[in-house]
Ligand binder design. Structure first.
Ligand SMILES: [Ca+2]
Ligand SMILES: [Ca+2]
Length: 215
C-alpha cells in the first residue's frame, strides 16, 4: 500500500563557507515531516516525493514514538530509502526501546549520501520510501502508537549553478550569484583563483549554460 505524504522543503542556509572553500551555493535542508503520521498496522511503503537535485551529505533522523495498546516498543521497525541509499532497518530493541511508553531516537547517518543529478532545468520528482512496521516477533500484534515530533532531514549540497538552492536552474540563480559577486563574497570565486573578479562571472555563466548535468 502506498501513501503520498506531504513534504516540506525548507531552505535553511548555513553559515557561509570559509574563504578557502571552493565556490558553491550554501547547503540546503530538506525535511520529510513524520509527526502525527498515521501508521499502517502491519507496515507498508510510504512514498515521499521531492524535487531534490544535488549531493546528499547527511540524513538526520528523529523519532518520538509513544506506544498504544499491547504493542511493545522493542518491536518497532523503521526504514528509509531513496535513490542514493537507505537507512535502517532501525529496530526498537537496537535503539534501547523496551516495553510500553514514550521513546525517542535522534541520529545522523551517511547511509543516504550520494548525488541525485538535476535533469534539464530541474523540478523533476524524486521518490523516497519509508516503512514503519512491527518485527516478525511482534506478530500478530500490529504497530500501535503515535509519532510525536519526527522527521528525516536531508542536507543537500546543490550543484554549483543552483545558487538559490531550489533544485532548479533559473534566471534567479544568475541574479543571486551576481548579488554575491557584487558584494565581493569569497563564495563567488567560481574559478577558484583566490580573488573575485570578472573571470568568475564568465566561469559561472559557462557552467550555468552547461546545466547541472554538464559538469
Ligand atoms: Ca536554482
Ligand atoms: Ca576568481
Amino acid at each position: 500500500m502506498k501513501r503520498l505524504l506531504p513534504f516540506v522543503a525548507v531552505a535553511a542556509f548555513a553559515a557561509a563557507p570559509a574563504a578557502s572553500a571552493p565556490a558553491a551555493p550554501p547547503p540546503v535542508t530538506v525535511e520529510f515531516t513524520l509527526t502525527g503520521l498515521e501508521l499502517l498496522p502491519f507496515g507498508g511503503e510510504y512514498l515521499l516525493a521531492s524535487t531534490i537535485a544535488g549531493v546528499i551529505t547527511d540524513a538526520h533522523v528523529r523519532l518520538n514514538f509513544t506506544t498504544a495498546g499491547t504493542f511493545q516498543a522493542q518491536n518497532f521497525v523503521f526504514e528509509f530509502a531513496g535513490p542514493t541509499g537507505g537507512a535502517g532497518p532501525l529496530v526498537g530493541a537496537d535503539l534501547g526501546w523496551q516495553g510500553r511508553g514514550s521513546f525517542s531516537a535522534d541520529l545522523h547517518t551517511t547511509a543516504c549520501n550520494g548525488e541525485i543529478q538535476m535533469q534539464g532545468d530541474g523540478g523533476g520528482l524524486t521518490f523516497f520510501f519509508m516503512n514503519i512496521s512491527p518485527t516478525a516477533e511482534s506478530l500478530p500484534t500490529p504497530v500501535q502508537g503515535t509519532l510525536g515530533e519526527s522527521f528525516v532531514r536531508l542536507t543537500v549540497q546543490p550543484c554549483t549553478i543552483d545558487w538559490n538552492g531550489d533544485f532548479r536552474r533559473s534566471v534567479q540563480d544568475l541574479f543571486d550569484y551576481l548579488a554575491d559577486y557584487f558584494r565581493n563574497s569569497p563564495n563567488a570565486d567560481t574559478n577558484n583563483s583566490g580573488e573575485v573578479n570578472v573571470g568568475d562571472i564568465f566561469t559561472y555563466l559557462q557552467l550555468y549554460f552547461a546545466g547541472c548535468g554538464g559538469f
